[in-house]
Design a binder for this molecule. Structure first.
Ligand SMILES: Cc1cc2nc3c(=O)[nH]c(=O)nc-3n(C[C@H](O)[C@H](O)[C@H](O)COP(=O)(O)OP(=O)(O)OC[C@H]3O[C@@H](n4cnc5c(N)ncnc54)[C@H](O)[C@@H]3O)c2cc1C
Length: 246
C-alpha cells in the first residue's frame, strides 16, 4: 500500500467513531444557502449543513456554488491546474548508476520531463520475493504538457511510455527494457499559483466573510500544494471554527 493508507485510515477512524456520516463516491452537484447554513445537493439526495469546509479543487467548487457568489466563482475559475503523466517503470536487478531520491530536470533542458523518483532506493522492502528490481517513477508534462504532448484527451499511453523510457535511458544510461510498466494520466491535478495568488485567496476569504457565508476553503488550490500544506489547511480551518484546542 502507498499514501492511500492515510485517507483510508482516516475514513476507518471516522466510521468507527460513529460520530460522522461519510458519503463516498457522492459528487456534489450544487450547494444552496439556507436559513441554517447550506443545502448540499448530491445526485441522490440533499444534506443540510451549518458550515461547509470545502476541499474541492477551485474549478470544481466554482461549478457548485450559487449564482449569488459570482465574484467568488470568477476568482475560483481563474485558478488553473495542469496535467501530469506519471509513468512507473520496473527493471530487473539493480541498474542505477547513482543512489538517491531521484532527480529533477530544468525546463531549459527538457520541457516534457519534470523528474524521476528512484522508488527502489528509499523503499527496498518493495522488492519482489524473487529478487531485486529497480523501480522508477517518471513525471512528465505539468505546465508544459500541452506544448510537449498535445491535448491530454489525444495523447496515447504508448507515446508517454516511450518518452519516459527514452528519458531514463538518456539520463541514467539504462540500456535494458523495463519488465513492468504503468502509465497514468492525471488531468488538471496541480494548481498553478500565478503572481498575486495569495492576494486572490485573501480576497476570496474577504468575500466569504463580508457575505457571512459559512464556508471554509481548504485543499491544494489555496494555501500550498504539498500533502503537508493541504493537511495543515484542513487543520487551520477546523481550529478557526472551534478554537486552537482541537
Ligand atoms: C504526480 C504528482 C506528484 C506529487 N508529489 C507530491 C509529493 O511528493 N509530495 C507532496 O507533498 N505532494 C505531492 N503532490 C501534490 C499533492 O499530492 C496534491 O496537491 C494533494 O494531494 C492535493 O490534495 P487535495 O485533497 O487538495 O486535492 P485532491 O486529492 O485532488 O482531492 C480533491 C477531491 O475532490 C473531489 N471532487 C472534485 N469535484 C467534486 C465534487 N463536485 N463533489 C465531490 N467531490 C469532488 C475529487 O474527486 C478529489 O477526490 C503531487 C501531486 C501530483 C499530481
Amino acid at each position: 500500500r502507498g499514501v492511500e493508507a492515510l485517507p483510508e485510515s482516516l475514513s476507518d477512524y471516522l466510521q468507527r467513531s460513529r460520530r460522522a456520516q461519510l458519503q463516498k463516491e457522492a459528487a456534489v452537484k450544487h450547494i444552496q444557502p439556507s436559513a441554517s447554513g447550506w443545502k448540499v445537493h448530491l445526485e441522490d439526495g440533499v444534506i443540510s449543513a451549518d458550515h461547509i469546509i470545502s476541499a474541492l479543487p477551485a474549478k470544481a467548487l466554482s461549478c457548485v456554488l450559487p449564482p449569488t457568489c459570482q465574484s467568488l466563482i470568477q476568482q475560483l475559475q481563474d485558478i488553473s491546474s495542469v496535467t501530469v503523466a506519471v509513468v512507473n517503470l520496473e527493471y530487473e536487478g539493480s541498474i542505477l548508476p547513482v543512489k538517491g531520491f531521484g532527480h529533477l530536470v530544468p525546463s531549459s533542458e527538457d520541457k516534457g520531463l519534470l523528474g524521476v523518483v528512484y522508488d527502489s532506493v528509499p523503499f527496498p522492502e518493495h522488492n519482489r520475493p524473487s529478487g531485486q528490481t529497480t523501480r522508477l517513477t517518471v513525471m512528465m508534462g505539468g505546465a508544459w504538457f500541452q506544448e510537449e504532448f498535445g491535448a491530454p484527451e489525444t495523447v496515447t499511453t504508448e507515446h508517454l511510455l516511450a518518452r519516459a523510457t527514452e528519458s531514463v535511458s538518456c539520463h541514467l544510461g539504462v540500456t535494458s527494457a523495463p519488465g513492468w510498466t504503468h502509465v497514468a494520466l492525471h488531468k488538471d491535478c496541480i494548481p498553478q499559483y500565478r503572481l498575486g495568488h495569495f492576494r486572490t485567496v485573501e480576497s476570496m476569504r474577504s468575500f466569504i466573510k463580508k457575505k457571512n457565508l459559512s464556508l471554509s476553503l481548504i485543499g491544494s488550490s489555496f494555501d500550498g500544494v504539498s500533502v503537508n500544506d493541504v493537511i495543515f489547511s484542513g487543520r487551520t480551518a477546523v481550529e478557526d471554527l472551534f478554537g486552537g484546542g482541537v
